[in-house]
Write a protein that binds this ligand. Structure first.
Ligand code: SF4
Length: 327
């Protein structure tokens, strides 16, 4: 059974009386124990997609079409209070900067104990024991004695381990990790990603991994979704995408990487920039940067359903019947 199904999702922003689509007709699913990496430059809609799934959108944004099923539960039918419970118990979240997820005036142990009492109904004593167990699980040394330490007494890597302990405390079905290691040095990055892999497999969780780093995608994801301008432009297994990138944007990303551990935010070899939401072209959103752009790319967005979303899907007129490369 799929842990997460996103079906034809559209998230729109209201800006100065106009409606702009920040996420446009996106479909994918994540299975138990699977990691889907979402990649693309800044401004491509990756975080807006994650916020849509968590229903943590800014006030100007709303989901205007499509559905999101979390463990078969349609989240649009869940009340705001119910969503707080879903976020605490069914979705674990790990963000780039652990300090934003932690309360500086509470000990790390108290913070890990809180959801155990709130969502699992454990007593204070039981929650303390379980929290220490979680701290051991995420490999925080001397867990029992560090229960009473404050976040500022931990290094960046150890703080991220505390956030991961919090994220998995209630056995979530889905883990959303948004640039979870960007703020950490390379050695600690690898340790945290390896830890997430182990916990995901053990807990049979699905993981949505948002990253700029194609090295992380290659080493830690099963499938990859490439986003551009709020569109899902290509999705495939990691092996398939690295060997046979089809969309001109995916090809450009990979071609401009002499080493796969370079950061997408540093790419200079794709001319131009992601257009802002209010300046998106009517047709294909990659059109201004695409070396293969044709007349119809200008007038109509390419259809989203070329190929199979769970095998190899590409959203480009080149692959539609009659296009240059159509099968
Ligand atoms: Fe390029 Fe046209 Fe494909 Fe867009 S639809 S990526 S402009 S060829």
């Amino acid at each position: 059974m799929s842990v997460l199904v996103v079906d034809d999702l559209r998230t729109s922003l209201q800006i100065n009386g106009g409606e702009y689509h920040a996420v446009r007709e996106i479909s994918f699913s994540i299975e138990e124990g699977e990691t889907l990496a979402v990649v693309g430059e800044s401004g491509c809609g990756k975080s807006m997609l994650a916020m849509s799934i968590m229903r943590l959108l800014p006030s100007v944004a709303s989901i205007t079409a499509g559905r999101i099923l979390l463990d078969s539960l349609p989240i649009e039918a869940v009340s705001e209070t119910g969503m707080e419970r879903v976020r605490g118990a069914k979705i674990g979240m790990v963000f780039q900067e652990p300090m934003t997820a932690l309360n500086p005036v509470l000990t790390v142990g108290e913070q890990i104990s809180e959801p155990l009492r709130d969502h699992l109904g454990l007593s204070r004593r039981e929650a303390r024991k379980a929290a220490i167990g979680l701290m051991e699980k995420v490999r925080i040394p001397s867990a029992a004695s560090r229960y009473s330490s404050y976040p500022h007494e931990f290094s960046g890597g150890m703080r991220q381990r505390v956030v991961i302990a919090l994220a998995i405390a209630c056995h979530p079905r889905l883990l959303i990790a948004d640039e979870p290691t960007t703020a950490l040095d390379v050695t600690v990055q690898r340790q945290i990603l390896d830890l997430l892999d182990v916990l995901r497999t053990e807990g049979k969780m699905g993981m949505l991994l948002i990253t700029h780093n194609l090295g992380i995608v290659a080493g830690h994801a099963d499938r990859v979704a490439v986003m551009y301008g709020g569109d899902l432009v290509e999705s495939a297994t990691v092996t398939d995408l690295f060997r046979n990138p089809a969309h001109p944007y995916s090809r450009a990303l990979l071609a401009s990487l002499p080493r796969v551990d370079r950061d997408l935010s540093e790419l200079a070899s794709i001319p131009g920039r992601v257009p802002t939401l209010v300046n998106m072209p009517d047709g294909c959103r990659f059109m201004d940067r695409c070396p293969h752009a044709m007349e119809k790319c200008n007038s109509m967005p390419p259809p989203a359903d070329v190929g199979d979303a769970n095998l190899h899907m590409v959203r480009c007129w080149l692959y539609v019947q009659g296009g240059e490369h159509a099968a």
